[in-house]
Design a protein around this ligand. Structure first.
Ligand code: NAD
Length: 273
């Protein structure tokens, strides 16, 4: 442990799920952390749990001002910013195109892509000067939906494919000063929630029946990972020493979805038995 000793990271959506696991792991690795989180109760509980290793900003990633406030908090409180992790996100619960009622799709698109794509871009812009100064890096939480179909509906899939483009373009633009990478996790049971525009804001993957079985069934590794099992690649990418030549990379941590082949889809033999 200690790959991120004395580093300072800003993690969006750090109040639950993968973001919360990243907060734990980054602090374990020696970093101090600032979290930009829209849920005030979750932000409070982070403060209680991590004390002086953490600072929280209650705000929304779709607001440029809130992103700036989070970056300023990192610099004022901890003196620098080494890593910006654009992680906050929402889901479309696999809603297919045909099930959108007319104009509903426009509001749903604006809401989902504002959080999942614009939020990351605003945070990246807000963090840029501090990251140039520290020769730091950005890490975007993508998803298997950034590469494959069926990991969401068209809105979520568009947002995560979009993030792959953002990672590649920013890596191209910001080298050699700032490294820009992504991590594309597979499914995990978290509180990932839906959209006001589709009346799914209170729904969550946690309560979705059969979700874990689905993940186990479609991956060669036959596992439904917990959020903490996805954190290693973030630590690697954040580490200047261990990821010095890495930029424009998105690490797939999806249990082997891309190599599952036909047998797995058709319920091929479980060789682990
Ligand atoms: N759960 C999965 O199966 C899965 C798979 C692949 C990728 N991801 C991605 O992982 C990331 C984290 O999702 P999670 O599964 O941990 O969900 P989660 O809901 O458990 O955690 C997300 C956190 O972000 C916060 N948040 C949401 N919108 C926000 C906003 N506009 N401003 C500030 N904070 C906001 C939420 O309050 C929550 O605390 C997302 O980008 C998601 O797309 C999730």
């Amino acid at each position: 442990m200690g790959w991120l000793k004395d580093d300072v990271a800003l993690i969006t959506g750090g109040g639950a799920g993968l973001g919360l696991a990243l907060v734990h792991r980054f602090i374990d690795e020696g970093a101090s952390v600032v979290v930009l989180e829209r849920d005030a109760n979750r932000a409070d509980s982070l403060k209680r749990k991590f004390g002086e290793k953490i600072e929280t900003v209650v705000g929304d990633v779709t607001s440029y001002e809130d992103n700036v406030k989070a970056v300023e908090t990192a610099v004022e409180r901890f003196g620098r910013l080494d890593t910006f992790v654009a992680n906050a996100g929402v889901f479309d619960f696999f809603k297919p195109l045909s099930e959108f009622e007319g104009p509903e799709i426009s509001a749903a698109f604006d809401e989902l892509l504002s959080i999942n794509v614009k939020g990351g871009l605003l945070g990246a812009r807000a963090a840029l000067d501090a990251l140039i100064k520290s020769k730091g890096s950005m890490i975007f939480t993508v998803s298997n939906a950034g590469f494959y179909t069926g990991g969401g509906g068209p809105l979520y899939t568009a947002s995560k494919h979009g993030l792959v483009g953002v990672v590649r373009q920013l890596a191209h633009e910001l080298g050699p000063k700032v490294r820009v990478n992504g991590v594309a996790p597979g499914g995990m049971r978290t509180s990932l929630s839906g959209l006001k525009a589709t009346n799914t804001a209170d729904e969550s993957l946690e309560t979705m029946e059969g979700f874990e079985e689905l993940i186990i069934g479609i991956t060669p590794l036959r596992m439904s990972p917990t959020p903490d099992q996805y954190c290693g690649p973030y630590v690697l990418l954040a580490s200047r020493e261990n990821a010095a030549p890495m930029t424009g990379v998105v690490i797939n941590t999806d249990g082997g979805l891309g190599v599952r082949g036909i047998m797995n889809v058709c319920g091929g033999e479980d060789l682990s038995a």
